[in-house]
Design a protein around this ligand. Structure first.
Ligand code: F6P
Length: 547
């Protein structure tokens, strides 16, 4: 980490300490233009961070930090296909998956644009065939159910996007199976008709234990019902490991490839998005890609001061490293975005949950915070108590659309969308404003409580306020809007990871547990502890395998 970065962090810490007791409400009172100064937009996509404790000086320092960390240079390197994923010696080019441009982009001697266009065309042909019923099951039935078998990036992205785009879903029903717990597969397929079911085996590596086990069980279920000869009509695969897919026995014209420069958690834009395309059709999938591309262009060319992913990343750094907040909540006031927090957990925590720099040295600052969330308004009736009155502030990121799809159907549902917006705004306003003890007491007295009761109860009704939140607003959750939201967060992860000087594109932290699970399986199956197990794990093993 450069001395310049350390200097800026020290200046930020001093700014924070000097303004420790400053209330965000006072910042608004002092500056009538605060909303304009601390918000940015890309068309209808608005990022409002005015309810955080930043001043113009803080923002200037944070922008210095971005420059000192080389965000602009590293961003260019990423877009150009440089191997910025140094530990795996790979380019990071998910942006190329959504770029409709045709001028060649050569990476390691290969024009990736041509490859992307070809796979997209193959996916569209296959999707149209299934959706129109020209590609049928073995017995001649059209495909009514698609079951995607994958985990992590090969599951969370398409599952999240399928739900997000439910109003556009006019293809076969979509199901997602990820867990190695056989209950997940069993519960999903037990009521399906094998003759009208298509399985997509989605795995970048085609070695992942969960996916391979579920795929083998699904294959056995299908063969039992329809015979070995039916497999070709009922399976497709998405992978970078085409040799391994061939060994599994899936016909080459049903295999959709992608490349090692697409990280698993960045792969929903690739052939991993096939189940989404099957659900909403190739044109809507293209709109999704276009939305992502619009944010890529903005991220690459907009000045840092107006750059949404840069600003969102800098607000994240302020909260994590200067204010010291260990978690952040993402709360979409959008039922269709129910799976977005889970998707962002992988995107953010697998990318930036790192403890050493690109050079392998311990990182000097706290890196990725815990990211968690649930949709609003549900969260309000569950964990918002802690966000309002708990002892540790939790920055909240609200997402809200100006218009919902349901409101087009019915005036009562239109009113419900107004309620949704009112609740979203009310939460960020309440977090920011808070309520003093004097006000709490006055309210109790006005409600008829006596002096003793008002004094006793008032402290419980105090809200500290100045609790930070960001609001991301958009017109309506269509495929284009979804693409923009996902790309916004992807680049935010990039900005934060660059400032911390870490590699946001590997995931070695998942390896050790995987290795041990493989070693432990024979012990679980035989009931005999393997050498080197701790007394705790040996005891647990005995308890679980005794009967
Ligand atoms: O275990 C982590 C991980 O490697 C993720 O990064 C990835 O998205 C997931 O497993 C699934 O991997 P694959 O697509 O290779 O099956």
């Amino acid at each position: 980490m450069s001395a310049k970065i350390d200097d800026v962090f020290m200046a930020l810490a001093a700014d924070h300490a000097a303004r420790k007791d400053q209330r965000v409400a006072d910042l608004f009172a002092k500056d009538p233009d605060r909303f304009t100064a601390f918000s940015a937009r890309l068309d209808d996509l608005l990022l409002d961070f005015s309810k955080c404790s930043l001043t113009a000086d803080t923002l200037a320092l944070l922008l210095d930090l971005a420059r000192a960390a080389g965000v602009e240079e590293r961003r260019e390197a990423m877009f150009a296909g440089v191997h910025i994923n140094v530990t795996e010696d790979r380019a990071v080019l998910h942006t190329a998956l959504r770029d409709p441009g045709t001028s060649p982009l050569n990476v390691d001697g290969q024009d990736v644009r041509a490859d992307v266009a070809q796979v997209l065309a193959e996916m569209a042909r296959f999707a149209e065939g299934i959706r129109s019923g020209t590609l049928k099951g073995w017995t001649g039935k059209p495909i009514a159910d698609v079951v995607n078998i994958g985990i992590g990036g090969s599951d969370l992205g398409p599952a999240m996007a399928t739900l997000a785009l439910a109003p556009y879903h006019d293809g076969p029903r979509a199901h997602y199976v990820s867990n190695v717990d056989g209950a997940h597969l069993y519960d999903t397929i037990r009521d399906l008709d094998p003759a009208s079911t298509l399985f997509i085996v989605a795995s970048k590596t085609f070695t992942t234990q969960e996916t391979m086990s579920n795929a083998a069980s699904a294959r056995a279920w299908l063969v039992e019902a329809l015979g070995e000869q039916a497999v070709g009509n009922h399976f497709a695969a998405v992978s970078t490991a085409l040799d391994k897919v061939a060994a599994f026995g899936i016909a080459p014209d049903r295999v959709f490839g992608f490349w090692d420069w697409v990280g698993g958690r960045y792969s929903v834009w690739s052939a991993i998005g096939l189940p989404v395309m099957l659900a909403v059709g190739p044109a809507n999938f293209r709109r999704f890609l276009d939305g992502g591309h619009a944010v890529d262009v903005h991220f690459r060319h907009a000045p840092l001061e107006q750059n949404l992913p840069v600003l969102l990343g800098l607000v994240g750094i302020w909260h994590r490293d200067v204010c010291g907040y260990a978690t952040r909540a993402v709360i979409p006031y959008d039922q269709h975005l129910s799976r977005l927090p889970a998707y962002f957990q992988q995107l953010d925590m697998e990318s930036n949950g790192k403890r050493v720099t690109l050079e392998g040295k311990p990182v000097a600052y706290d890196t990725g915070p815990v990211m968690w969330g649930e949709p609003g308004t549900n969260g309000q009736h569950a964990f918002f108590q802690l966000i309002h009155q708990g002892t540790s502030p939790i920055p909240v990121e609200f997402l809200i659309a100006a218009h919902g799809h349901a409101e087009e159907k019915d005036p009562l549902l239109k009113r419900q969308h107004a309620m949704l917006i009112a609740n979203c705004l009310a939460q960020s306003e309440a977090l920011m404003r808070g309520r003093t003890e004097e006000v709490a007491k006055a309210q109790l007295l006005a409600a008829g409580r006596d002096e003793e009761a008002a004094d006793r109860i008032a402290p419980h009704r105090v809200f500290p306020g100045s609790r930070p939140s960001v609001t991301i607003a958009y017109d309506k959750l269509d495929p284009y809007a979804l693409g923009r939201i996902i790309a916004l967060y992807e680049h935010r992860v990039f900005v934060e990871g660059t400032i911390w000087g870490i590699n946001s594109f590997d995931q070695w932290g998942v390896e050790l547990g995987k290795e041990l699970a493989n070693t432990l399986l024979p012990a679980v199956e035989s009931g005999k502890p393997s050498d080197g197990l701790s007394a705790s794990s040996a005891g647990l093993l005995q308890h679980l395998t005794a009967g």
